[in-house]
Design a protein around this ligand. Structure first.
Ligand code: NAD
Length: 458
């Protein structure tokens, strides 16, 4: 069994089983068995099941958010957003049932019709991280099911309880057995068994670059299709004509949300020299006013703990290294002394340079380094010189600068004059080491399909 702890105070919340390779095999077999009947249902009937699940989630929305607060350390308001967004996402994907389209192609031959049909990939393995543990279930399951696939989900061993609760609620619906399966446990056991299973047709993974790279290699054995949503080091560019109040608030929000543990949120700032001091002053005011602590004790918080002791150690080491490499800590800079849990002070860093690790490696904590630049072009060059390419943001009141940034930034997403938060009808996809393929919207939906071209000669 694996202990599941509350990261805000170190209490034991429960234990989950370490699923063996044999049980993973049974789950994949169940998914394979259920696939035929599920695929042959009209898509609209599959969508009805998704709506039944979302209705169940809405009935239990408070209790689900409570579990996320306790096992992941999210503040309650954000945990509630996560649960509600998950229900909405199920409904949104259900709406695609009548919109999944093939194509009729022009043939080179007389009296021939060519049809391009979209079909389900087959059995999907969904492997999840801990930072949005509940929403990620829906991001994998909903598009998989509506397009006719069956699925085996493995949640993170850090935050599995919400997934078990999801499975219990789902079992109260009449979803056919085997369409959804849950396996718990560590990546090294249950995860490995899934990614090397010859009967898995698509591995859709969200997590770190290191694990994503490993999964891709393992998938090579059976040539299993992969879809990878990995880490990021999102730049935020603030130009001298930006609305600085808006920029400071949006960047701040994007940095403390989920205690900085969000793949798409601003991890480094490039600000034009003439507005550097003004921006730092505004950001400092926000950072110093942050209300943080144990979200299971208070609902009036903006920030909870980091997810684990490992997370705390990594963030502490990253900030210490920034200091050693010559950066200046404006506020925060060390683990917060709350007497319990894995809390880190909201931390603002100035004097950062391109060579420093704090500007290049994913920190995944409430830490914001700032570097001065002299032009948009310099900011774009520095932003693009990164192994990551997930999201980016720009703050400017000049349309030409905004459009130049949109054209030249090489990232899967660019936010202009707003905080980093994607919409379900968008397409969340990382360039470079941030991933392969993407999620959400029409393009994300079709990642769960394969195509077949049919030639009909009269
Ligand atoms: P992680 O890579 O450590 O773990 C993710 C999952 O992979 C867990 O379920 C884990 O058990 C499993 N796993 C680990 N080793 C495995 C193996 N050998 N085989 C199969 N599965 C294995 O990531 P994490 O720490 O849970 O999540 C944080 C990372 O996720 C950050 O880098 C963050 O940027 C990224 N992330 C990306 C997105 C996105 O959409 N791009 C979203 C959320 C998080």
């Amino acid at each position: 069994m694996i202990d599941v702890m509350n990261p805000a105070n170190g209490t034991l919340l429960g234990r989950i089983p370490e699923t063996s390779a044999d049980t993973v095999d049974a789950a994949v077999k169940a998914a394979r068995k259920a696939k035929g009947p599920w695929e042959s249902l009209p898509a609209i009937e599959r969508a009805h099941y998704l709506r039944k699940i979302s209705a169940k989630l809405r009935e239990h929305r408070i209790e689900l958010a409570d579990v996320i607060v306790k096992e992941q350390g999210k503040v309650r308001a954000l945990a509630q957003v996560e649960v509600d967004f998950t229900s909405d996402y199920m409904d949104y994907m259900a709406e695609w049932a009548r919109r999944i389209e093939g194509e009729v192609l022009t043939s080179d031959r007389p009296k021939e019709t060519m049809l391009l049909m979209r079909k389900p990939v087959g059995v999907v393995a969904g492997i999840l991280p801990w930072n949005f543990p509940f929403f990620l279930i829906a991001r994998k399951l909903a598009p998989a099911l509506v397009t006719g696939n069956t699925i085996v989900i493995k949640p993170s061993e850090e935050t599995p309880i919400n997934a078990y609760l999801f499975a219990e609620l789902l079992a109260e619906t009449d979803l056919p057995k085997g369409v959804f399966n849950l396996v718990g446990g560590r990546g090294s056991v249950a995860g490995e068994a899934l990614i090397t299973h010859k009967d898995v047709d698509l591995i859709t993974f969200t997590g770190s670059v290191a694990t994503g790279s490993h999964i891709m290699q393992a998938a090579g054995k059976n040539l299993t299709k992969v879809n990878l949503e990995l880490g990021g080091k999102a730049p935020a560019i603030v130009l001298k004509d930006a609305d600085l109040d808006l920029a400071a608030k949006a960047i701040y929000d994007s940095r403390v949300i989920n205690t900085g543990q969000v793949c798409n949120c601003a991890e480094r700032v490039y600000v034009e020299r003439t507005v550097h001091d003004a921006l730092v002053e505004k950001l400092t005011a926000h950072f110093e006013a942050t209300r943080y602590g144990d979200p299971s004790e208070s609902d009036d918080l903006e920030m909870g703990p980091l997810v684990s002791e490992i997370g705390l150690t990594k963030v502490t080491a990253a900030v210490d290294l920034a200091k050693t490499q010559g950066a200046t800590i404006v506020c925060g800079g060390k683990p917060a002394d709350l007497g319990k849990g894995f809390h880190f002070e909201p931390t603002l860093i100035t004097g950062a340079t391109h060579e420093m690790d704090i500007m290049r490696k994913e920190t995944f904590g409430p830490v914001l380094p700032i570097q001065i630049v002299d032009s948009l072009e310099e900011a774009i060059t520095l932003s693009n010189d990164s192994e990551y390419g997930l999201t980016s943001s720009v703050y400017t009141s000049n349309l030409t600068s905004a459009m130049q940034a949109a054209r030249e930034l090489k990232f899967g997403e660019t936010y202009i004059n707003r905080e980093n938060f994607e919409a379900m009808q968008g397409y969340h996809a990382g360039h470079r080491k941030s991933g392969m393929g993407g999620a959400d919207g029409k393009h994300g939906l079709y990642e769960f399909t394969v195509t077949q071209v049919v030639y009909i000669q009269e």
